[in-house]
Design a protein around this ligand. Structure first.
Ligand code: NDP
Length: 460
């Protein structure tokens, strides 16, 4: 049996660890109980081994991890109370740890970066991997600096920049549906596709997350990271295999060709913020009155950007990326609108609506919307939906991503050049917004957004 992988969670008392990382690990071990992992929690919070083991066990309880596997992992788990910004304490932590070793940075981003600086002076065990959470920098320049710093520690294929959207089965389904179906392959270009809308609209409002969200906003929180990853899967060329070099290279290629539509963020982007209203059957205060929000940050809760993938396959097709909070309807989907047929036989009625393919991300489903016979007159058409529900995923998205990290396979991790490119794409929008060139609009919580925006994407 191979050596267990040591997973060192830096920031073990934080929100990410308890809400996403430990449940993700539990869901992985429920599917793969033979996987051997030694979980070390590190944080400055006061806790001992017993307390940490109880926390790990709690995550496993109810997640379906077989009892003996859960007991084995929990018994082996260890907690280290340390201030990671103290060089000696950091050195002490690494003492005696061998590879394969994963240092998972579940720390505030500025702390992670400082810890990386301190790690430069220490010798890392053979086969150390680094796992980092977004944000990877806060614009292109800082993302580049972070990458330079990380590469001083380990080579690129041992750096796992985590975006849990890459572990979502309905997003990974894009690869299968695109490349394993002869029906769709020839249709996947500007010749047949008129526009693509990738949206992630939520009905939830801020839900007490001001501390993080008020400094990010919808553009950085969702579009700069998750939605650009979906765009990459949607628009990339076919990889020869599902090998990390292949897949990450074609993703990088398509993002390198992506830019703001017309290179003019003033016409290709919109932003808005919710005012008081009702959402999810609850009264929602105006965003600026939410606890912890600083109105001076001028943070948007709804963002929309139109992009172009300027290459031979996609030039001329608008890709609309949109995400917002406190909206009336959840819309987490990719809507592909096809161009109309070149000619429709004279005499056919009511077939002016375009064909669409709708990939629902949550819950997972695929809808094909086509014009077909209506009842009665065989030449009178209406739009009908052919629907397939997608199967449930085998584990949580964080479980899928962690599996790759523990195996040393960066297929589902963001490569450094891609992390930079995502900032290169949105930086002009951020600059235009900061300069006040794009007005901040408002919409009542629980509505479809500001007047005139319409429901994006339009549903037939
Ligand atoms: P938290 O602030 O909840 O957790 C960070 C933890 O690190 C805290 O327990 C904190 O202790 C500890 N810590 C801070 N400084 C040190 C130090 N010098 N030495 C030891 N421990 C320290 O943050 P989150 O868990 O929310 O976020 C962690 C990372 O994950 C961030 O990069 C965030 O952007 C990212 N992320 C978070 C998501 C979430 O839903 N929470 C979602 C996606 C990404 P203390 O409380 O004492 O400061």
């Amino acid at each position: 049996m191979s050596d267990p992988t040591t997973l060192v969670i830096l920031g073990a008392s934080g929100d990410l660890t308890s809400r996403l990382l430990l449940p993700g690990l539990a869901s992985l071990l429920a599917v793969e109980p033979d996987r051997r992992v030694h979980v070390v929690g590190v944080d400055r919070a006061e806790l001992d081994d017993a307390g940490w083991r109880a926390k790990v066990t709690e995550a496993f309880t109810g997640a379906g991890v077989p009892e003996d596997a859960a007991a084995e992992v929990a018994a082996d788990a260890r907690y280290v109370q340390a201030d990671l910004l103290e060089q000696e304490q950091l050195a002490g932590l690494l003492d005696g740890l061998g590879g394969p070793l994963v240092l998972y940075f579940a720390l505030p981003p500025q702390v992670s970066q400082k810890v990386c600086g301190l790690l430069e002076r220490l010798e890392l065990p053979e086969d150390t991997r680094l796992a980092l959470e977004k944000p990877f920098g806060h614009e292109l320049e800082s993302a580049q600096e972070l990458n330079v710093q990380l590469l001083k520690l380990v080579p690129e294929d041992r750096i796992h920049r985590v975006d849990h959207f890459l572990g979502v089965n309905t997003i990974l389904n894009l690869i299968g549906i695109r490349f394993a179906n002869r029906l769709l392959q020839p249709m996947w270009s500007a010749e047949h596709i008129e526009r693509v809308v990738i949206s992630y609209d939520e009905t939830l409002a801020l839900e007490g997350r001001a501390g993080y969200y008020d400094g990010a906003g919808a553009l950085v929180d969702m579009i700069q990271s998750h939605l650009l990853q979906i765009l990459a899967f949607f628009a990339m060329e076919a990889p020869a295999s599902l090998d990390e070099v292949e897949v990450r290279s074609v993703k990088a290629q398509v993002l390198r060709a992506t830019r703001v539509w017309g290179e003019d963020p003033t016409t290709a982007s919109r932003r808005a913020r919710y005012t008081a209203g009702r959402s999810e059957d609850r009264d929602v205060p105006s965003y600026v009155d939410e606890e912890g929000v600083d109105p001076a940050n001028d943070t948007e809760t709804l963002a929309e950007v139109v992009l172009e993938v300027a290459n031979a396959r996609w030039a001329g097709v608008p890709f609309v990326l949109r995400s917002g909070k406190a909206l009336r309807e959840p819309a987490k989907q990719v809507v592909v609108t096809f161009r109309p047929p070149r000619h429709v036989p004279t005499g056919l009625k009511d077939c002016t609506e375009p064909d669409q393919l709708i990939l629902e991300l949550k819950p997972g489903a695929v809808d094909v919307v086509l014009s077909m016979n209506a009842e009665g007159d065989p030449f009178e058409l209406e739009q009908k939906v052919i629907r397939a529900e997608l199967g449930k995923s085998r584990m949580l998205p964080y479980g899928e991503v962690l599996a790759g990290i523990l195996d040393g396979d960066p297929l589902l991790s963001i490569r450094g050049d891609v992390a930079e490119d995502c900032w290169r794409i949105v930086d002009p929008v951020l600059a235009a917004w900061r300069a006040g060139s794009v007005p901040m609009q408002d919409y009542p919580a629980g509505s479809d957004g500001p007047d005139g925006w319409g429901v994006v994407p339009p549903r037939s």
